[in-house]
Design a protein. Sequence first.
Length: 386
Amino acid sequence: MSDTTAEAAPEATTTPTPAPVGASSLTDRLRRPRTYAVLIASVLLLALPFYLDRFWLQAGLFAMAAAIGAIGLNMLTGATGQLSMGHAFFLAVGAYSYCILAGESSTENGHSLTGLGLPTWLAAILAVLLAGAAGGLFSPIAGRLRGAYLGIATLALIFIGQHVLFNAGSLTGGYNGRAVPPLSFFGFTFDDTEVVVAAVPFGSSEKLWYVGLAALLLSALFARGILRGRPGRAMNAIRDHRIAAGVMGVPVARYRAGVFVLSSMYAGLAGVLLALVFQRTVPEYFGMILSLEYLAMIVIGGLGSVAGAVVGAFFVSLLPQVLTHYSDSLPLVSAPGTGGLAPGEASRYLYGAAVVAVVLFLPGGLARLGIALPRVNRPKKSGEKK
């Protein structure tokens, strides 16, 4: 018998079982530094009313309201390319509509004020809808004009609004404005009546903090969904090339009018929140300077981006508050009438310089810094080109 050699059996190779798609994507997201930053920021924002005083809480609420209005303007100007100089007009519509709908008829500063006495939560919703209706009345013009022509047309809204606010005393209270009824729903009133939570007295600012957070979060998520979906692509196409968008089947006039109405509703919501924070509406506030500040917000933060609108709004709105608070220790900045720059003037110089710097050196705005920096230090994966 011949000897036969047994062939060695090949080694068994095992194919690793792929991980579920949902699990791997969730793990990747949790490993991202941006996700950790968002989680930490969320916890900090929820805990801030327990540690900050009233000044900083009001400054934060003012920034939240500005961020909501800036998101609406960024969808109009940044994403769709429609220049609007009348954003302050729609903030005034939201703020004063809430006061008229929620307030009671009374006499204040020599004016017999008209009020419908509706539930405040319903008045807030109707005020936002009325701001959208005001934008809808102007939307046929917005759907047909563009560029500087639309900017001039919307600028006329500021002058019309100022005239009405100063002269319709029975509705607006005239030069002195009118008081703002505190928000109330489900039997809970967001006023200065103290409520002790974890040994910390909660007044109106602490209570409204969570209302502002919820409003900003919902507004940002809704706008992000629009900009990342089919409407957002159509809006960008209109901004980049209006004629080509029309050839592709995008109803240009309808989209422009619709975005103008949506932006007006965002401004109305911002106006309602501002009125609740300040507890009094003053006509002089809703002027041309406010509209210019909103344009500065979206340019500094980043055009066409929800995050850019939020970053720019916090930068522009918090800067004068910080300068006012620390005016005694800052050079060249002092209280009005003492020889130095007033905090409001100094803040306008600073964010004016920021606009120039962003336009020249960072066209994507401050929000792009948070995207670009992680990519610079991101480790290269195997097979990725350098």
